[in-house]
Ligand binder design. Structure first.
Ligand SMILES: C[S@@+](CC[C@H](N)C(=O)[O-])C[C@H]1O[C@@H](n2cnc3c(N)ncnc32)[C@H](O)[C@@H]1O
Length: 269
């Protein structure tokens, strides 16, 4: 279905993508489920999961939609979407028309639009694909360029290294066209400008401790983004030290925030 050729998505093609998606689901699904479970979806809801990744949210939408409901799960790379019962489609949300099966009662995308330079046009296209009264749920992160705040570390140099490392990860994403702060700065206003009603935003930030579930993504980034990190002055020794911190129960920091913003298309639209 996709007509687009290239994506600038910084993580595509990397060997560690399976691990990365699993780490995201572990850390982010509790917040996403809380947010989706609050929506008053009609029985038999038509749902579209955009950039479905590993498919955990498509599976949850299938449960929410119940018998007679339909879920379309789309991604540029559909090979990892595990969602039996959903219709799985290769689809570039930047350029492909909305998939058949709409208009949709709920459209959800997590950590997808912030990566796309065309995010505002994509957002408008998603609003067009909503049924009257349908919900748009867009979840992003929001990270400052100086990295993730450290909570405990055994040496100031460790805290400084981790902040420099997490700041560099964010900068690498920004260089590839992402807006790492869009979740808190711009998304809410963009949804309101598109005349969605009841726009509402919830920010959640977990802490993580070395060796715990939140540490995995940092370990993965040291390998997945090794080349661009080296280009920013990180040595293999620095990256090995970040992995050591990620395994150290004495080290803790804040994780990437999850900013969930939802809004509803007017019934008369
Ligand atoms: C950071 S992952 C998030 C995956 C999933 N939404 C989650 O939160 O677990 C971003 C996902 O968006 C997909 N993606 C990137 N660019 C896309 C595009 N232009 N159209 C559709 N999907 C895209 C990637 O393939 C990847 O699965």
């Amino acid at each position: 279905m996709s007509t687009a050729s290239q994506t600038r998505y910084a993580f595509s093609g990397a060997d560690e993508v399976d691990d990365q998606l699993d780490a995201l689901e572990t850390m982010l699904d509790p917040g996403t489920l809380q947010c989706l479970d609050r929506l008053d979806l009609p029985a038999g809801a038509r749902c579209w999961e955009v950039g479905a990744g590993g498919g955990s949210i498509a599976r949850h939408l299938l449960e929410l939609a119940g018998p007679g409901g339909r879920v379309v799960a789309t991604d540029l790379d559909t090979s990892r979407i595990a969602a039996p019962g959903a219709r799985i489609l290769r689809h570039d949300v930047r350029s492909d028309p909305a998939p058949d099966g709409g208009p949709f009662d709920v459209i959800h995308a997590r950590w997808v639009l912030m990566h796309l330079p065309e995010r505002r046009e994509v957002l408008a296209g998603l609003v067009d694909a909503l049924a009257p009264g349908g919900w748009l749920v867009i979840e992003e992160s929001t990270v400052e360029p100086d990295g993730l705040p450290v909570l405990t570390s055994s040496a100031p140099a460790d805290a400084a290294l981790f902040r420099r490392f997490s700041g560099a990860v964010v900068q690498i994403l920004a260089d590839a066209g992402a807006d790492p702060r869009w979740g808190a700065r711009g998304l809410y206003a963009a949804m309101a400008r598109l005349r969605l009603e009841d726009v509402h935003s919830v920010h959640r930030t977990d802490s993580w401790t070395g060796g715990g579930p939140g540490s995995r993504l940092h370990d993965i980034h040291t390998r997945q983004l090794r080349d661009p990190l080296r280009a920013r002055g990180f040595t293999d020794g620095d990256l090995a030290h970040v992995r050591k911190l990620a395994a150290d129960p004495g080290f803790s920091a804040l994780w990437y925030p999850l900013v969930s913003t939802c809004g509803r298309k007017a019934l008369s639209a």
